[in-house]
Write a new protein. Sequence first.
Length: 527
Amino acid sequence: MSLPKPNRISFTELIVNIRNGYIRIPRFQRDFVWKLEDTANLLDSILKRYPIGTFILWITRERMASVKSLGGKIFDEPHKNDNVQYVLDGQQRIASLFVVYEGSKHKRGKKELDYNKIYIDLEKDIDDEDPIISIRKSKQCIRVHDLLNNDILDFSKRFNKDLLKKIQNYKKKLDLYEFSTIELRDFSLDSAVEIFTRINTTGTVLTLFQIIVAKTYDETTGFDMQRNYEKFQKELKKVNYETIRPRTILNVLSLILKGECTRKAILELDKDEVRKKWIDTIDSIKYAIEYFRSFLKIPVSEILPYDSLIVPFAYFYYNNKYKDPNLVQQEYINQYFWKASLSYRFISGTSTKLQQDAKRMLTIKKGSPPKYDFKPQIVQNAIKIMNFSTANSYCKAILCLYAQQEPLSFKNASKVILGNAWLKRSNSRNYHHFFPKNYLKLKKIQHGNSIVNITYVSQGLNLKDIKDDPPSIYLLKFKKTNPDMIKTMRTHLIDNINDYGIWKDDYDKFLEKRAKRIYDELIKRTS
């Protein structure tokens, strides 16, 4: 590894190298976000010879995912054997200089910024404290873009000799300005990323996924993990599992390739092997998700206790040649799901635990029960007073239990449709406090927000038809439109509506009876 080498590059050389694709902005950099005012201030500093910082460039033959265009200008592709220089520090400054030189328009959200509209005020002197380059036009001004691209004679008809002399001086200062650079040669991607992370002043920390996207990008084959992930997300959205994180995919990929999924193992993945196993990885995740939806009857990803649970299931499917588990395997794999979900398993040390659980899946594949070094925490009284929160993995496990019952609507016994958008927060529309919280608060009854008091309803039902009425009132009203209220209640783990204190609005009895019902179901699934 060579020592970092200081160097200098002229304005013109900088622009030419960007156009030719030899200076590139890696895609893990943040988007170009500078305002016109920021760019004007940068140019003013250059003209006045103020320090503007150093550009740090990583010189390598490696090809990473990088920005292909700026302001509508598409960059050329250098020869595959040539070195390119990736910008590790200075992206916003370099991008600003390029769009001004090109006179580009750049879209940022709904706004379109016109970098043609940055001016030099010829009435001001370069030694003035006030900026002479700004976004404001004056009577005697020229566009910076014109100054950089036109010959001095092009201004002769508009300005007198004194102003032409000033224009010539400004043009020379900009054309001959040399930017300070530090060049990194023979550095690995990991080292380059570490340098980027340390010098990055925006506070942005690169995710592991962003690094692997950059590392595995391949111009020849067109492999782009970021775009592949976005495409996969669209597929997941169709089945209500779009909340799966990129790291989950990397964990599955790494387990398939290396049998481990630590950060170190993922960073060491060979990009050719990654490309070869990408489709297998995605397919195994699809099978795992379909198992959750069909066998475990968990229709949406928002209620999964951890999306990490997808990883061992995907690993099972990969090693089982994408065949669904037989009855024996199914018993053990379901048991694993509930044991892991009810033990706060992935609250920390996720990578190590996933590697352990991947080995358990290989044992299950052979038709044998795996050994466990963790136990589910199932205590009836603890469940009864557990505060409902969509951030609590244990609560989510119970929500999965509720979903398994395929709950019916109180109003008409139709199936309750669950959606990720209606399940994100505790006050989302699919969640209903069976005894409304405001009713219990008025009665000064404790534990009104218990997970035991939560049921699923069709979105909007609690707002329109229940409000703050106790169950004795709103269920009586629903009995007129629901011919089988007893069957409906069973799908909410309420075995006998007449035995849960509901008609007398006895919340303590309801809490006790339903907590016992939930407890029995969880014990059955983990034993």
